[in-house]
Write a protein that binds this ligand. Structure first.
Ligand code: F6P
Length: 319
């Protein structure tokens, strides 16, 4: 292997730049050339390539977003798009590819592997919804962003004695809501993995009021549905004044935490080492603080479960 490519695809996540930096510097350390592919699979189809040097990834470890830009490519879903992407890689003499992204990006990686390209995936998504890894790059930063928002909302919620519903990202996953809810001391956490019990949520709010509690913070993962709808339900049941905050894409930005930078550095380096060993169709993960790798298709056949103990803990600490 002489020359590898790296791309970021799907939703961006804080720490992706640290992963790109690790890929580039590890590859150069081992004598490889590195090509950055812009705009994910879309850029791959159109040959948007850029040679990367040691210094081209300087001063990016602390930056959110991705210097390679990202996209969700419909064209890559078609057989023609994929054939064109493979041709581009072959034409540019790229022997291996590191794909940094979420589950959709990993599915793309599998199809490239089926076309004979050596590919390794690095999990980069704030959702933390990829199996075979305890954490994905960007999750920790997003959780900290949500906790910061909860701290601020709690001030105004207390002053006005209101119930706040905070909608957080996580397409089909309650990972962000659960972690931020526990760390932010939320009264209830609604996640798609467990059916919402509005009666219980409302009773808990009213019990808190009886004890003299002035505020209530309810976290709603977007996979559960709209926080606006949930707020109507809660208002009807409690008769209390509610407000809704949808945090949206603010969760995807910002300087990555030290945890995410470290994770991205370790995972990016491992991806290059796997390619050098001739491994393909694998994703990097971290399990019990050890960097591991698993076959992508196998990993994607699993469903990342919510830790039931952690979910119960959330309920117990917010009685
Ligand atoms: O997968 C990451 C994610 O941020 C999800 O949490 C969210 O549902 C989705 O991307 C939003 O995607 P887009 O930025 O394309 O609207």
């Amino acid at each position: 292997m002489k020359r590898i490519g790296v791309l970021t695809s799907g939703g961006d996540a804080p720490g992706m730049n640290a992963a790109i930096r690790a890929v580039v510097r590890t590859a150069i350390f081992h004598g490889l050339e590195v090509v950055g592919i812009l705009r994910g699979y879309a850029g791959l189809i159109y040959g948007e390539f850029k040679e990367l040097s040691i210094s081209s990834v300087g001063d990016i470890i602390h930056r959110g977003g991705t210097i390679l830009l990202t996209a969700r490519s419909q064209e890559f879903m078609t057989p023609e798009g994929r054939t064109q992407a493979v041709k581009m890689l072959q034409h540019r003499g790229i022997d291996g590819l590191v794909v940094i992204g979420g589950d959709g990006s990993f599915r793309g990686a599998v199809t490239l592997h089926e076309h004979g390209i050596k590919v390794v995936g690095v999990p980069g998504t704030i959702d933390n919804d990829i199996p075979c890894t305890d954490f994905t790059i960007g999750f920790d930063t997003a959780v900290n962003t949500v906790v910061d928002a909860i701290n601020k909302l709690r001030d105004t919620a207390t002053s006005h004695e209101r119930v706040f519903l905070v909608e957080v990202m996580g397409r089909n996953s309650g990972q962000i809501a659960l972690a931020a809810g526990i760390a932010g001391g939320a009264e209830s956490i609604l996640i798609p993995e467990y059916a919402p019990n509005f009666a219980e949520v409302s009773e808990k709010i009213l019990r808190g009021r009886d004890r003299g509690k002035l505020h209530s913070i309810i976290l709603v993962a977007e996979g559960v549905g709209s926080a606006l709808e949930v707020s109507k339900e809660i208002e009807e049941r409690t008769g209390l004044d509610t407000r809704v905050t949808i945090l949206g894409h603010i969760q995807r930005g910002g300087t990555p935490t030290a945890f995410d930078r470290m994770l991205a550095s370790r995972m990016g380096a491992k991806a290059v080492e796997l390619l050098l060993e001739g491994v393909s169709n694998h994703m990097v993960g971290i399990v019990n603080n050890t960097i591991v790798s698993h076959e992508i298709e196998w990993a994607l056949s699993l469903k990342k479960a919510i830790d039931a103990d952690v979910y119960q803990l959330a309920g117990m600490l917010s009685i």
